[in-house]
Write a protein that binds this ligand. Structure first.
Ligand code: URA
Length: 203
């Protein structure tokens, strides 16, 4: 059985899933990517699963998520918001391959890639999900609302099995690098998440 033939739901662990994603041809992006970017981080019940839109340029070149300036900004934002357990993070994207020119994923791209994300969530069992940007937020929450209507939280991700996972939403770092006026909004969103996490830990 070639890796590409392994369906997302049949992946027994993240190592198999990563290999299968790297061989995926489910959407037209596979002809445009340098490398697929399955994900990276704390693989055993991470506190946070952080989901971006699609790989950045440096992610596409390296096969690793949130490299370069957007990744540095994300790390700084998490630290500034004093997010509890911010070292327990898994990073992934809603759409795991970058299109030439970084074009926003179409709804077909998102639909083709979503089974990988569902399987990652089932294997990771994160305590919280942070969705970055409109495309990731819509994919995870299952809505067509705009980002401003979704920013903050709590929303819910409903897994096939087990309890709902709380979802928080904010801007993606690559947007903040071009629209720095949105940084204050992102800071408020993440401060709200930090507060919600602290409140949940007290109960
Ligand atoms: N990946 C994304 O989806 N967004 C970013 O800002 C950086 C990497």
């Amino acid at each position: 059985q070639t890796p590409a033939a392994i369906a997302p739901a049949a992946c027994p662990d993240l190592t198999v899933l990563d290999t299968a994603v790297s061989a995926c041809t489910a959407c037209a992006r596979h002809t445009q990517r340098a490398r697929a970017v399955p994900g990276m981080g704390q693989a055993d019940r991470p506190y946070y699963l952080i989901i971006g839109e699609q790989p950045g340029m440096e992610d596409d070149a390296s096969g690793l998520p949130f490299q370069g300036d957007p990744g540095r900004l994300l790390t700084a934002m998490l630290a500034a918001a004093r997010l509890p357990h911010a070292d327990s993070v898994y990073l992934a994207h809603g759409v795991k391959c970058r299109a030439v020119g970084g074009h926003e994923p179409t709804s077909q791209d998102v639909a083709a890639c979503l089974p990988w994300l569902h399987r990652q969530i089932a294997l990771l069992q994160p305590r919280w999900i942070l969705a970055l940007g409109r495309v990731a937020a819509r994919a995870v929450i299952g809505t067509d609302k705009d980002l401003d209507a979704l920013r903050g939280g709590p929303h819910q991700y409903m897994p096939d099995q087990g309890a709902p996972i709380p979802v928080w939403v904010t801007h993606q770092p690559s947007s903040l690098l071009v629209r720095s006026a949105w940084k204050a909004e992102a800071w408020r969103d993440l401060a709200g998440l930090a507060q919600a996490v602290r409140a949940a830990e007290k109960t």
